[in-house]
Write a protein that binds this ligand. Structure first.
Ligand code: CP3
Length: 338
């Protein structure tokens, strides 16, 4: 693993050209993924099948020269394991029964929930066994607030109900965030035990919070998660990706305990503390558009972040409309072959 450019950058080294992976690199833009996906009756069954999850991880690596693999799973396996049923509506996205009545605010024990996620850890082991020795594997979880938002809303989209409940039921919401921080720390620790080399926290819904709420809902729970993980003895590097954090992004980088900062498409420059690795942030739409727009977008990201240890990535997940040809072109552009 000492040969891995990705892990070297996470260790603070500047590597040129930068290592590259793509958020959601396994997914519906790949015809072979769409075919594989038909073999499970629903998306969570797919996630809980170690054989299918392993194959999904390997698919993009066969096509493109990517410098890291990411576990195939979802951030919503955590509420699912805690006993809040999760399902996916085809073409729309995730659904949960929202936390409204008292009977909804009951969650299973963390130990029990971790046991339910055994197929995920089995998948990590299998994936490690199938990857070549120099390809690091990224494990992940959702940020506590992002996962709580889905639990409070019952679906994606507008986060107004989640934000409102955070004000209205402060004790309940703080307790939920504590539970998610503990559960996520244990979930990540199990992934590392099974073979993950690096971890990413997807805080996809860090946007739109006033400073007091950013502190309470994002900073504090992430600190707890990372402190707990370190206390368990996990020393693995952690990439924090607070999407939409805006002016709070430096605060997040400095105070949560992350090793590296994932930056969304709107971040214009290195806003991490000096020497902290950054990851991002090409507009995913450019993989739909291609052509000279893709070329200048890639060049601009390379230039803007050349002063920091940099991992090339998108500023958010790749979309199903992206073309395989544009992804191949992106890899060539970053690797300097085009
Ligand atoms: O990056 C990878 O290749 C690893 C796999 C991965 C998935 N989801 C697979 C997936 C990862 C890292 C995630 C994280 C995730 N899941 C996030 C955080 C990242 C982000 O995009 O903000 C969030 C918010 C979720 C919740 C979730 N899961 C949503 C909103 C959706 C529906 C959106 C959509 O594109 O349909 C999912 C479903 C999902 N998770 C798919 C995949 C490949 C598509 C469903 C399918 O294939 O049927």
């Amino acid at each position: 693993m000492t040969n891995s450019a990705f892990l070297r950058v996470l260790n603070g080294e500047r590597v040129n050209p930068p290592p590259l992976w793509i958020m959601r690199q396994a997914g519906r833009y790949l015809p072979e993924y769409r075919e594989l996906r038909t073999r499970a009756k629903n998306f969570l069954d797919f996630c809980y099948s170690p054989a299918l999850a392993t194959e999904a991880v390997l698919q993009p690596l066969r096509r493109f020269q990517l410098d890291a693999a990411i576990l195939f799973s979802d951030i919503l396996v955590v509420p699912d394991a805690l006993g809040r049923k999760v399902w996916f509506v085809e073409g729309e996205g995730p659904r949960l029964e929202p936390l409204i009545g008292e009977e909804h605010w009951r969650f299973d024990e963390v130990e029990r929930a971790i046991q339910r996620l055994a197929p995920v850890y089995e998948a990590v082991g299998r994936i490690k066994g199938s990857l070549d020795a120099n390809t690091p594997l990224i494990g992940f979880c959702g940020g506590p607030w992002t996962v709580a938002t889905y639990m409070l809303q019952g679906q994606g989209g507008d986060k107004e109900r989640a934000r409102r409940v955070a004000y209205e039921r402060p004790l309940d919401v703080d307790r939920l965030l504590d539970l998610l921080a503990e559960m996520s720390a244990r979930h990540l620790a199990e992934q590392v035990k099974a073979g993950a080399d690096c971890l990413q926290i997807f805080e996809s819904w860090a946007e739109g919070l006033p400073p007091l709420q950013f502190e309470r809902l994002i900073i504090k729970p992430t600190q707890k998660l990372i402190q707990r993980l370190r206390q368990i003895g996990v020393a693995t590097p952690i990439i924090g990706f607070p999407r939409g954090a805006g002016a709070e992004i430096s605060n997040y980088a400095q105070r949560t305990g992350v090793t590296a900062l994932g930056i969304d498409t709107s971040v214009p420059k290195i806003l991490a503390p000096h020497g902290m690795p950054v990851q991002g942030n090409l507009d995913p739409l450019l993989l739909v558009v291609g052509g000279t727009a893709l070329e200048s977008g890639v060049r601009d990201v390379l230039e803007r972040f050349s002063g920091a240890p940099h991992i090339f990535n998108l500023g958010h997940g790749i979309t199903p409309e992206a073309s395989v040809e544009n992804v191949a072109r992106l890899v060539d552009l970053v690797k300097g072959r085009a």
